[in-house]
Design a binder for this molecule. Structure first.
Ligand SMILES: CCCCCCCCCCC/C=C/C(=O)SCCNC(=O)CCNC(=O)[C@H](O)C(C)(C)COP(=O)(O)OP(=O)(O)OC[C@H]1O[C@@H](n2cnc3c(N)ncnc32)[C@H](O)[C@@H]1OP(=O)(O)O
Ligand SMILES: NC(=O)C1=CN([C@@H]2O[C@H](COP(=O)(O)OP(=O)(O)OC[C@H]3O[C@@H](n4cnc5c(N)ncnc54)[C@H](OP(=O)(O)O)[C@@H]3O)[C@@H](O)[C@H]2O)C=CC1
Length: 297
């Protein structure tokens, strides 16, 4: 489904900060927020990437009524001063902040025993510390100014199950998910909501270069493990993100919604039996029935 879900203007008057908004899924979600009338600040480490993305997004979605504007600010989410600068510049430009989308991440696949100490730190610092720092800074701003803001954290399905070969990411995403739920309980009294999305595979250059590189691609088809037999479309994720950042989800908080074509369900012990042919099922059925009869005699 490659279509926008919410009605036109559904995010009009809102300002949303999107970390990692210059590439991949962050850029796709930002595009949809702009189409729905939100002002969006995109931020990440590389100003040139952000500037290019901002131009592309404005060319595609540009509106003449003053809404749907993009601000591109360099910010390393590991640096609290740079985060505070993004908040100040966003308020200065758009007057307010209503939503924070923590989407920035670092990740790569590797057997854990091959990792250095620094390799763990770099991922945990971007994903867990960065998400906490940005949420804390924006949360303080909202509490001080009595704003009922909304945080949306991009998680992963393995934040709940764990996964080998991406241990630093699993640890960091797992921590960020527990932070989402913990703060949803604590800050509910301020009207602040926090939710998360756990996407399955959605092709992006950033993820594919580091998680599904050429040598692996030759070995496996990632869709074979997915009950719906396909990867996600960016608009499908953008629809869910826009809903969770909009007022339509006003009673949803502390939730993590999985959007993965059923991939996590494959943990079920018998799900791999789809490889068994119809003829083989005939044999299996007869064998079981024979055993049933034998147990009655
Ligand atoms: C099997 C089928 C799968 C299909 C695909 C499905 C995917 C679905 C699920 C995925 C869920 C999550 C996805 C994501 O998070 S995608 C996001 C990916 N995007 C990014 O990572 C963007 C930003 N990343 C980066 O900038 C870099 O990758 C990095 C995180 C490494 C940070 O860069 P930086 O320049 O700061 O760091 P260094 O290059 O200096 O590296 C730091 C240490 O890490 C070590 N390192 C780096 N890469 C590897 C590697 N491949 N293996 C082992 N170690 C590595 C590096 O050596 C440094 O350590 P040392 O200084 O001690 O050597
Ligand atoms: N694609 C997929 O299949 C899946 C993705 N996800 C999640 O979706 C999100 C987006 O990933 P995706 O679009 O695929 O990959 P990208 O690599 O395109 O996105 C990662 C973004 O994070 C930014 N970033 C990295 N380090 C920092 C930092 N220190 N400070 C600020 N920004 C930083 C990068 O920008 P820059 O380099 O300029 O700093 C980049 O824009 C991530 O949270 C990822 O974990 C989850 C499940 C599946």
């Amino acid at each position: 489904m490659n279509q926008g879900m919410l009605r036109e203007g559904a995010l009009q008057g809102k300002t949303i900060i999107v970390t990692g908004g210059g590439t991949g899924l962050g850029k796709s979600m930002s595009r949809y927020f702009l189409q729905l009338g939100a002002n969006v600040t995109i931020c990440s480490r590389r100003q040139n990437v952000l500037d290019e993305a901002a131009k592309e997004l404005m060319d595609e979605t540009g509106r003449s009524d003053g809404s749907g504007q993009v601000l591109a600010l360099a910010c390393d989410v590991r640096n609290p001063q740079e985060i505070e600068n993004v908040i100040a510049e966003t308020v200065n430009r758009f007057g307010r902040i209503d939503g924070l989308l923590n989407n920035s991440a670092g990740n790569f696949i590797s057997p854990t025993e091959r990792l250095s100490y620094k390799a763990f730190d770099v991922i945990v610092d971007i994903v867990l510390r960065g998400t906490y720092y940005f949420t804390l800074a924006v949360g303080k701003h909202w509490i001080e100014n009595q704003i009922k803001g909304t945080v949306l954290n991009i998680s992963t399905t393995y934040a709940q199950t764990g996964s080998g070969y991406v241990v630093p990411s699993a640890v960091a995403k797992g921590g960020a998910l527990i932070m989402t739920k913990s703060l949803a309980a604590e800050w509910g009294k301020y009207g602040i909501r926090l939710n998360a999305i756990a996407p399955g595979p959605f092709p992006t250059k950033g993820a594919w270069d580091r998680l599904f590189p050429e040598p692996l691609m030759k070995l496996m088809d990632p869709t074979s493990r997915i009950p719906l037999k396909r990867v996600g479309e960016h608009q499908e994720l953008a629809n869910l993100a826009a809903y969770l950042l909009s007022d339509f989800s006003g009673f949803v908080t502390g939730e993590c919604i999985t959007i993965d074509g059923g991939e996590v369900l494959m943990a079920g012990e018998f799900n791999h039996l789809e490889q068994v042919s119809s003829e083989m099922w005939d044999v299996i059925e007869q064998t079981i029935k024979q055993a049933n009869r034998a147990s009655k005699s």
